[in-house]
Design a protein around this ligand. Structure first.
Ligand SMILES: Nc1ncnc2c1ncn2[C@@H]1O[C@H](COP(=O)(O)OP(=O)(O)OP(=O)(O)O)[C@@H](O)[C@H]1O
Length: 321
């Protein structure tokens, strides 16, 4: 799909295929187009061109029944400042045919102690937990989480990650997460797409992305004269072998650091600037599968893609759309 604001293109032909039950993270620097993408998928924004299917439906034509299958973290409940936490949850539960039990939900997001508290007395992190509770009260099949852990302390972040994993693994909820926290993406996501300047620059599992970087491993050690040394190499075992040979014994303080997702990401974002397909790191191929068939967890996604030519072929035309 494409998106232009006024005459300016901000999405230049995004092609995403998100499979049912997976946690998919959309990464990218400020202004890359993540929120625009997510809002189009949520049905809140009209795309300029292209085809989109979310749970088998074009979000531009999604009705209430479709909307009830989707969980969003909205800010609008903040108008209900004087409501008590449990009361607000019970109120929202009324809108859904088979809601979660509000008390169980409070326990799930760690807000049991705050059940009787007024919403405007919650801390920032507690409000965010309430956001999430409200987003999942209707048992959505697909959950959009836009920078969900901003402002969380480390413990709340860990609890939240456990919750997201439980929703995906135990209940089969499909989750689209946008985040600036690379460790969060690495921890949670089955697959990641990196959006830079309105284009998908790379896609794959966290491990695939980390490895696909041009970034090399870094070897650190302390030389015989006591100086700290570091060297980047594509073949760390060869370097370590040579060091061991030259030292004639154990290499002091030896450390081999593999490229991380963060290394890859920063490399990719900094390399950006060109618009051609050769710019940045290409996605697709090798089963990475981000640039495969269209849609999110649409009907028939069971036999979905796995990347490579099968799915990609189906969407090639669309990528031009
Ligand atoms: N309503 C709008 N009208 C015009 N331009 C817009 C509008 N909304 C967003 N943009 C522009 O579209 C581009 C993508 O914005 P978007 O909010 O999707 O980025 P993002 O990746 O979500 O960024 P962030 O990480 O900062 O949240 C930016 O250049 C932004 O200035």
């Amino acid at each position: 799909m494409r998106m232009a604001y006024g005459g300016t293109d901000v999405l230049h032909g995004i092609d995403l295929d998100i499979r049912r039950g997976e946690i998919f993270a959309l990464l990218g620097p400020n202004g890359a187009g993540k929120t625009t993408t997510v809002e189009i998928l949520e049905g809140f924004r009209q795309r300029s061109a292209g085809e989109v299917a979310v749970l088998g439906t074009d979000p531009a034509r999604g009705d209430d029944a479709w909307r009830a299958r989707i969980g969003l973290v909205l800010q609008s409940w903040r108008d209900h400042r004087r409501w008590q936490v449990a009361e607000l949850l019970r109120h929202f539960a009324l809108y859904y045919p088979a809601p979660r039990d509000p008390a169980e939900l409070l326990a799930l997001v760690g807000l049991t102690e705050q059940a009787g508290q007024q919403v405007d007395r919650l801390s920032g992190g507690q409000r965010r937990r309430l956001d999430v509770a409200l987003a999942i009260v209707g048992r959505p099949e697909l959950l959009f989480l836009d920078e969900p852990t901003t402002g969380f302390d480390p413990e709340a972040r860990r609890d939240f990650h456990d919750l997201v994993e439980r929703l995906a693994r135990d209940e089969g909820v499909t989750i689209l997460l946008t985040t600036h926290d690379l460790a969060e993406a690495e921890r949670l996501a089955d697959r990641i797409a990196v959006l830079v300047n309105g284009r998908i620059r790379a896609g794959g599992t966290p491990a695939e992305l980390a490895l696909r970087a041009a970034a090399q491993a870094e070897v650190r050690w302390t030389a015989a004269d006591g100086t700290a040394r570091r060297e980047r190499t594509a073949d760390p075992s060869q370097l370590v072998w040579e060091l061991h040979r030259d030292t004639g014994g154990p290499v002091a303080d030896l450390e081999v650091r593999r490229p991380t997702l963060e290394d890859t990401y920063l490399h990719m974002v900094h390399r950006d600037g060109g618009d051609g397909p050769g710019a940045g790191i290409e996605s697709g191929g090798g089963g990475a599968g981000v640039e495969s068939g269209p849609g999110i967890a649409g009907e028939g996604e069971g036999e979905s893609t796995g990347g490579g030519s099968g799915g990609a072929g189906a969407s090639d035309g669309e990528r031009q759309a």
